[in-house]
Design a protein around this ligand. Structure first.
Ligand SMILES: NC(=O)c1ccc[n+]([C@@H]2O[C@H](COP(=O)([O-])OP(=O)(O)OC[C@H]3O[C@@H](n4cnc5c(N)ncnc54)[C@H](O)[C@@H]3O)[C@@H](O)[C@H]2O)c1
Ligand SMILES: [Zn+2]
Length: 364
């Protein structure tokens, strides 16, 4: 039986369903749409298709499987999905199911936002990252040459189906990358969750996997409900960027693809903990806890190779979340509580970066 959590956004409210095998629930939703004369279509990627995830869909639902990977979250990729929706003659009553990781959720969601000025869409996340993060909250979009996620729309799904059986085929490295976001939730809003993760690493076979994912979704839902369109400068959705100002800089300077997003965020969390300590918000013991829990989940806690510090700091000050030259960072007040902090001297952030550097980092 599926458990459900509601994301309360007025007319845009929707349920997140949780279960270990939600095939029946997904097929029932498609049947319900069909009974109302509405057609469904699926967008996925080739890895997810090869992994067998589409067995949970109704047999006669048309499927587009695009190439896997971040490169597909592009104008080209968007064109392919829109052409598919056109070929299927999906009308305003149609509904698109995005079955895949964050790439497919972002791309499919944006295509659904744009097709006929907006049709319904459903998220069926197949990566841990997508289950705890990208499938909830309504941010959709693609990348262009000028940068990642620069083009997009807020378009909330009609429903999210978190079916943990789909994680069985997910590569270990991808699971670990998703854990960085899970650990992020513990650090920013749920001390008990962090303690749970410290007790024993969470794995795909952990009996409480579903409960942990649900907890992350509940935290994200609460934050999204308070700040749907990311308008709040202090708190709100900005808190979800804990570790991300550092992490985005790492991804960018190392060259996209070198680190998985979650891996860069993990190192970013180590840097954010150090920055918080330098600002006298937390103690060194909490910094050590942050490093230890990330390492226990198979994540790097130091840069894999030296990167020029000046480039990292420059990338960080260009981050779209750092407005008007005034660096705003998300810092830890304690384990389980985060806050935004304005006017943080860049030297402090630089010194936090130096401490998570690879061997030889200080030479650069
Ligand atoms: N919208 C948001 O709020 C939000 C939040 C965080 C991240 N994102 C976006 O999410 C994307 C990253 O998502 P991701 O980490 O899920 O990456 P992804 O979608 O690229 O998936 C990672 C890899 O795993 C494969 N895969 C997915 N599910 C699988 C399964 N069950 N079995 C086997 N292989 C599987 C994919 O084909 C891909 O190769 C980025 O583009 C990022 O910008 C969006
Ligand atoms: Zn992230």
């Amino acid at each position: 039986m599926a458990e459900t959590l509601n994301v309360n956004l007025g007319k845009r409210s929707y349920p997140i369903h949780f279960g270990s095998d939600l095939g029946n629930e997904v097929r029932a939703e498609i049947a319900r749409l069909a009974a109302a004369g509405r057609r469904a279509a699926v967008v996925t990627d080739r890895n997810v298709l090869a992994a067998g995830a589409l067995q949970m869909m109704a047999d006669d639902t048309p499927v587009l499987a695009v190439e896997a990977g971040e490169g597909t979250k592009s104008l080209d990729g968007l064109g392919r999905v829109l052409d598919f929706l056109a070929a299927q003659k999906l009308d305003r009553g149609g509904a698109l199911f995005a079955v895949g990781g964050g790439v497919i959720g972002d791309l499919g969601g944006f295509a659904a936002a744009a097709w006929l000025r907006g049709i319904d869409f459903y998220q069926v996340p197949t990566t841990l990252l997508a289950m705890v993060d990208s499938s909830v909250g309504g941010k959709t979009g693609i990348n262009i040459a000028a940068g990642k996620n620069l083009v997009g729309a807020f378009h909330q799904p009609r429903g999210v189906f978190v079916s943990t059986d789909l994680l069985a085929t997910l590569p270990t490295r991808e699971f670990a990358a998703g854990m960085a976001e899970v650990i992020k939730y513990g650090l920013l809003g749920d001390a008990e969750l962090l303690t749970r993760l410290e007790r024993a690493p969470l794995t795909v076979t952990s009996t409480d996997l579903l409960a942990v994912i649900r907890r992350c979704c509940a935290l994200k839902a609460r934050i999204v409900e308070s700040d749907e369109l990311e308008m709040s400068r202090d708190g709100g959705r900005a808190l979800l960027n804990l570790g991300h100002t550092f992490g985005h800089a790492i991804e960018q300077v190392a060259g996209y693809g070198k680190y998985l997003h979650g891996e860069a965020v993990g190192i970013g969390l180590c840097a954010a903990a150090r920055l918080s300590q330098k600002l006298r918000c937390i103690a060194m013991t909490e910094v050590a806890r942050t490093d230890a829990v990330l390492a226990a989940h198979g994540l790097p806690v130091r840069l894999m190779e030296p990167l020029p510090l000046a480039d990292l700091v420059a990338a960080m000050s260009r981050d779209k979340k750092v407005r008007a030259g005034l660096p705003r960072f998300v810092v830890l007040r304690k384990i389980g509580e985060a806050a935004t902090r304005a006017g943080v001297p860049l030297e402090l952030a630089e010194s936090a970066f130096r401490e998570v550097g690879a061997a030889g980092q200080t030479l650069l």
